[in-house]
Design a protein around this ligand. Structure first.
Ligand SMILES: NC(=O)c1ccc[n+]([C@@H]2O[C@H](COP(=O)([O-])OP(=O)(O)OC[C@H]3O[C@@H](n4cnc5c(N)ncnc54)[C@H](O)[C@@H]3O)[C@@H](O)[C@H]2O)c1
Length: 326
């Protein structure tokens, strides 16, 4: 099988690539397991050095239709994971680029999957940012109305609908996964309005200060990256007869506040004899304003019923991060 991961140079795309290499196979067009002989990582920037012969890195822009068509190719035994995206903070600053990359890029990718031989499975990384504002429920589910309050969330909501409609038309077999904020992103802070969610763990664990732009009691749905990678694969593997016409699944998540993060960090630090950096209040009304319009809680029961995992306890997510990146 050929596997394409757009955004394959990013945080989740690179982890997904590692996991698929470790598994060695995915469900093919017949539904049976087929060995993966090629993984194409498509991204407009790369930080990876891979000597794995099954991995091919292609540097390009998802908004370039011909490049995307060439990358997806015509093989009948193709699986696509569409993760390439601008992040929320960038989309708020650069509306036209957000439409070009997240929306036109999505359309090019979906058209290329439609043109491939057979009927490829396409897994799209959506976000709980497609919920928002007054349309939200106290606990948001797959039945909550799409009322995004950011340009980023709007592009994700439209791509989810495109995935459903291409699937209904028989162009490909699409599935969307609505991700809560994924912790703990290694490296530097990024331009996501939720960057603080990883930062409030990552910086203290490095012994550095985290500057917190939101309230200490701000509740936010979060899950771990290992769980998300397993969920991408579980959704890809789900037999089509178990899926209905609504192909978008919100993942289960913990409700995390900075106060809770601080407590869990202290617990981990005591067990592992670490000296933590401080979490320092640095309130930013712009970030708080965006976060105020995001869901505070989600219910991922529908995803779990389909075979996607629940996140482990928060303490384990922190320990997994230390084991993988510490
Ligand atoms: N990490 C989270 O908390 C989170 C939460 C909700 C949804 N998501 C979604 O999951 C997916 C993966 O997230 P991530 O955390 O790995 O993000 P990331 O920013 O680490 O990875 C996204 C990748 O897309 C690439 N990209 C951006 N513009 C591109 C373009 N024009 N052409 C080609 N590639 C381009 C970037 O270079 C980057 O490597 C994204 O679609 C994101 O919106 C992530």
């Amino acid at each position: 099988m050929k596997v394409i991961i757009t955004g394959g140079g990013g945080f989740l795309g690179s982890q997904l690539c590692e996991k698929i290499l470790e598994r060695g196979s995915l469900s093919g067009p017949s539904g049976g397991q087929e060995p993966v002989d090629e993984i194409v990582l498509f991204d407009d920037r790369f930080h990876l050095a891979s000597s794995e012969p099954r991995v091919r890195q292609v540097c390009g822009d998802i908004s370039d239709r011909d490049t995307v068509r060439e990358v997806v190719g015509a093989r009948a035994d193709t699986a696509v994971f569409h993760l390439a995206s601008m992040v929320s903070g960038e989309c708020e600053e650069r509306f036209d680029d957000a439409l070009r990359v997240n929306l036109d890029g999505g359309r090019h990718l979906f058209e290329a999957a439609r043109a491939a031989a057979g009927r490829p499975r396409v897994v799209f990384a959506s976000s709980i940012a497609c919920f928002g504002g007054e349309g939200m429920e106290p606990v948001n589910t797959d039945r909550t109305k799409h009322t995004p309050q950011t340009t980023y969330g709007m592009t994700k909501a439209i791509c989810e609908m495109l995935v459903n409609d291409h699937t209904r038309k028989g162009h490909f077999d699409g599935r969307s996964v609505r991700l809560p904020t994924v912790i703990i992103r290694p490296g530097r802070p990024n331009a996501a309005a939720s960057s603080w969610a990883s930062g409030m763990f990552r910086e203290p664990l490095k012994g550095e200060a985290c500057h917190l732009p939101v309230r200490r009691d701000q509740c936010h749905p979060m899950t771990g990256y290992r769980t998300v990678v397993e969920s991408f694969i579980a959704l890809h593997e789900a037999p089509e007869m178990r899926l209905g016409s609504d192909r978008a699944y919100v993942l289960p998540a913990h409700r995390v506040t900075p106060e809770l993060a601080d407590r869990v960090l202290r617990e981990v630090a005591e067990r592992q004899k670490l000296a933590l950096g401080p979490i320092v209040d640095a309130f930013d009304p712009r970030i708080q304003g965006i976060v105020d319009n995001w869901p505070q809680a989600v219910d991922g029961a529908r995803a779990v019923a389909l075979g996607m995992p629940e996140p482990p306890p928060l303490r384990e997510i922190v320990e997994e991060y230390l084991a993988d990146f510490g």
